[in-house]
Design a protein around this ligand. Structure first.
Ligand code: SF4
Ligand code: SF4
Length: 384
């Protein structure tokens, strides 16, 4: 028998949902949602599960991850029950339910926990720098640049990066495994031939690299005389994601090449890749901050405090990263050193909190959900 949590709609309010009891089950939201079909009533099914408190059914569903938050359902809802916002809140709730440490739930439901964790992780970086930094030399390189590697040797930083990447991978992968367990061993348990996990693997790779679900937005963009069906939401998401993945790869895998004291010409691949990553992050950032301030679209009208925490940390990381670059090539040693420490004091908590427990984890959960959904559909087809 299905387990029922009568307080579930109250619980969900902490994650950003409105009053689910406002829903009178008219079905308008499902009629306008392009994801809906005869077999799956999106998002109404999730609204009903939420009202009834069917937590296990929600946790075993991939529907919230398939939703690309176009907001059509919320605009059409006659009761302003916010079904689109409910799907967003369920993504936060699911992130917390996959996480075995309980930290994700803490960060999503308590500002104090989130701020304390950020301060603690920042302080850790400061202490590590106070203990292990190299000499602060004012002597410049022959090209007039700052000797950053004397103050912060890349080998030491790289060791720290590897430890951090190991911790992040452990948390994120173990949570993805729990997501798999909930989907395939939950109430709608289904036997899946093992080979399907290989044959459907392309969906995971494709959706991770393209973030394609966000391209479904119906908004159009004019380029010259042509009206193109390009979603600015998708473009911003993709630039942000590609900038982040590129930068993460360069600091974890290629730091010796990336953090150099040599000042390469502007067209050198090291600088071009760095500029591209910065551009991608800054573009996405400006788009999302501007949208959340204007609140002119359904998908940016309702911000949870964790949305702003993420944007503030990312802004701090991007701005200090740009300043380190400018100070380094301008030959300003102290400005470079202090800004570099500040940069890591913002970057480190952002990665440690957002990648396994909060907003960045959605970049992984969404493609995995599409992949698991593909595997499950393929298994169901075989059964028929
Ligand atoms: S449109 Fe609104 S009231 Fe109607 S089923 Fe959807 S959420 Fe409920
Ligand atoms: S926000 Fe858009 S994609 Fe998501 S459930 Fe509503 S109509 Fe469907």
């Amino acid at each position: 028998m299905a387990k029922v949590n009568p307080d579930f709609s109250e619980t969900l309010k902490d994650y950003g949902a409105f009053d689910l009891t406002a829903c009178y089950n008219c079905g308008t939201c499902t009629a306008v949602c392009t994801l809906s079909d005869e077999e799956n009533s999106i998002p109404r099914k999730m609204v009903r599960y939420g009202v009834l408190g069917l937590e296990e059914e929600i946790q075993s569903s991939v529907d919230p991850w398939l939703c690309y938050y176009c907001g059509e359902c919320s605009t059409s809802c006659p009761r302003q029950a916010g079904p689109g916002e409910l799907m967003m809140s369920l993504r936060r709730y699911l992130t917390a339910s996959y996480d075995w440490t309980g930290l994700s739930r803490r960060f999503y439901t308590s500002k104090i926990w989130e701020i304390a964790a950020i301060m603690l992780l920042s302080a850790l970086i400061l202490v590590l720098f106070l203990l292990f930094h190299g000499p602060m030399t004012t002597e410049l390189t022959p090209q007039g640049g700052v000797q950053l590697n004397t103050f912060a040797p890349w080998k030491r930083i790289e060791t720290g990066d590897w430890i951090m990447a190991g911790i992040l991978s452990f948390f994120l992968l173990s949570n993805i495994f729990r997501m798999y367990r909930k989907i395939f061993h939950g109430p709608q348990k289904i036997r899946v031939p093992f080979r399907l996990f290989f044959t459907q693997l392309w969906e995971l790779i494709f959706h991770f690299l393209t973030q394609w679900r966000f391209s479904k937005s119906t908004r159009t963009t004019r380029i010259g005389r042509k009206e193109l069906k390009i979603s600015p939401y998708w473009v911003s998401h993709w630039l942000l994601m590609s900038g982040y993945v590129l930068l993460f790869t360069m600091i974890v895998v290629f730091l010796e090449w990336f953090q150099t004291d040599i000042i390469h010409p502007w067209w050198h691949p090291q600088r071009l890749l760095g500029y591209y990553a910065t551009f991608g992050l800054a573009f996405g950032l400006i788009f999302f901050v501007y949208g959340r301030i204007r609140r002119d679209q359904e998908n940016n009208k309702h911000s949870h405090y964790t949305d702003w925490t993420f944007l503030v940390l990312l802004s701090g990381t991007v701005i200090t990263g740009i300043l380190v670059h400018i100070f380094r090539i301008s030959g300003l040693p102290y400005a470079t050193y202090y800004t570099y420490v500040l940069h890591l004091m913002i970057l480190f908590p952002m990665l440690m909190i957002e990648v396994p427990f909060s907003k960045w984890s959605h970049l992984a959960y969404r493609p995995f959900a599409v992949y698991f959904n593909g595997v499950r559909n393929a298994a169901l087809k075989i059964k028929k």
